[in-house]
Design a protein around this ligand. Structure first.
Ligand code: UD1
Ligand code: F6R
Length: 371
């Protein structure tokens, strides 16, 4: 049931304040005079000791689910102190890459039925790793076959393009990082700030959804473009990849997410006065580096659309020619949840304006059960 919305993708984008609330329900502890703020993931509580002892955490997934894991990687590394590596499921299988008994392998999948991810799970089980699932579908193959896991509880997702599952997956993996790091005194203040940030997140998502009309106006400007680049780094490298994935899969426009640190190693050659480029430059430890990227793109007459923190327009706008998308600020590691929303809206409006099928893009299926 689409309710007041025209498409499931639109409904699922706008329902993110509620889906995130459901994802966190019963899992965050506010703390009090004698109790610290903390996280409770029922499905993992008996396995946290084993996870903390593992030599490596390996994230495994495909498409949007892989991007969600990439968004959570920095906070997991920070709070766990364990090396975290990333694997696209098909590539792990193609290489028969090393997976060890001392590894924790985390399988991320909305449907819980993706063939590549499921096969990678069988492979990791054979190699003796502890296998953890992060899925949206209770009773799915991945939920059943992992040793333990967390349901993201985002509610049924119908649009082929994954939107609300992405933001809920990031939140679950941030909670996973909090749970693993729970025994470390030195990071207690940081963890408290993230938990406060999680409590605030649904209202901040509501705020960023108000950019709907602005994104529709931007889509009108971009309707006839051949290509769109999205530059990000740090916490928001994943936002660049995921924003570009949304644009290509539903709006059928070529789009590429680019790690801003790689700009000079190739992508800079593409920059001219015609190609539109989104630069994500919200406040975090990488902000000044992104300011310098903006200057360099501007020097080559790049057609820039800059996403920045509310109130920062003047600090990211060189020469006054860029378009600005201002978003609310949240704790740095949660910022990808906010920053993807305008790009989801942009992909949605571009698709409608270009006259393509929003909920069932050509050639794609919701659940990819063949290899
Ligand atoms: C569980 C209940 C929830 C109830 C809550 C109350 C289910 C599905 N969930 O939620 O209805 O409100 O207790 O305390 O009954 N699992 C995997 N792999 C996965 C995902 C999950 O093995 O990919 C396992 C978990 O380890 C756990 C079980 O499935 O044993 C349920 O996981 P989850 O729903 O996340 O647990 P709770 O949040 O505790
Ligand atoms: C993108 C999209 C796909 C899926 C991918 C993995 O919007 O929907 O890239 O994310 O096929 O699917 P799951 O998460 O079900 O394993």
């Amino acid at each position: 049931n689409k309710g007041k919305y025209e498409h499931y993708m639109q409904k699922e984008i706008h329902e993110q304040p509620e889906s995130l609330t459901t994802t966190m329900r019963g899992r965050l502890i506010r703390g009090g005079s004698c109790k610290a703020k903390s996280v409770l993931l029922g499905g993992l509580k008996d396995h946290l000791k084993t996870i903390r002892r593992s030599r490596r955490i390996v994230f495994i997934g495909c498409g949007t689910s892989y991007n969600a894991a990439l968004a959570a990687r920095p906070i997991l590394e920070e709070l766990s102190g364990i090396p975290v590596t990333m694997e696209i499921a098909s590539d792990l299988l193609d290489r028969q890459g090393p997976i060890y008994r001392e590894d924790t392998a985390v399988f991320v999948s909305q449907s819980g039925e993706t063939a590549d991810t499921l096969q990678a799970l069988e492979y990791a089980l054979e190699n003796g790793a502890l296998c953890v699932g992060i899925t949206n579908t209770v009773g799915s193959a991945i939920a059943r076959n992992t040793h333990c896991g967390v349901h993201i509880n985002a509610g049924c997702e119908i649009g082929v393009a994954s939107t609300k599952a992405y933001t809920s997956q990031i939140v679950v993996m941030a909670m996973l990082a909090l749970a693993i790091g729970d025994d470390t005194i030195s990071s207690q203040a940081r963890r408290g700030a993230i938990i406060d940030g999680l409590f605030d997140l649904p209202s901040k998502v509501k705020e960023v959804l108000k950019l709907d009309q602005e994104m529709k106006d931007l889509a009108k400007l971009l309707i006839a473009e051949q290509s769109l680049l999205v530059f990000g780094r740090g916490y928001n490298y994943a936002t660049a990849l995921e924003g570009a994935l949304k644009v290509k899969e539903v709006a059928l426009m070529h789009s590429e997410g680019i790690l801003a640190g790689e700009m000079k190693h190739g992508p800079l050659a593409l920059v001219d006065e015609t190609l539109p480029i989104v630069v994500i430059a919200t406040r975090d430890a990488c902000f000044s580096k992104q300011q310098s990227v903006i200057q360099q793109l501007h020097a080559r007459k790049g057609r820039l659309i800059v996403m920045c923190t509310k109130g920062d327009a003047a600090s990211v706008c060189v020469g006054g020619s860029s378009r600005i998308i201002e978003v609310p600020r949240v704790e740095d590691c949660l910022q990808p949840v906010i920053n993807i929303v305008p790009l989801q809206l942009l992909a949605y409006h571009l698709t409608v304006l270009r006259g393509y099928n929003v909920d069932q893009p050509r050639n794609l299926a919701k659940s990819v059960t063949t290899q």
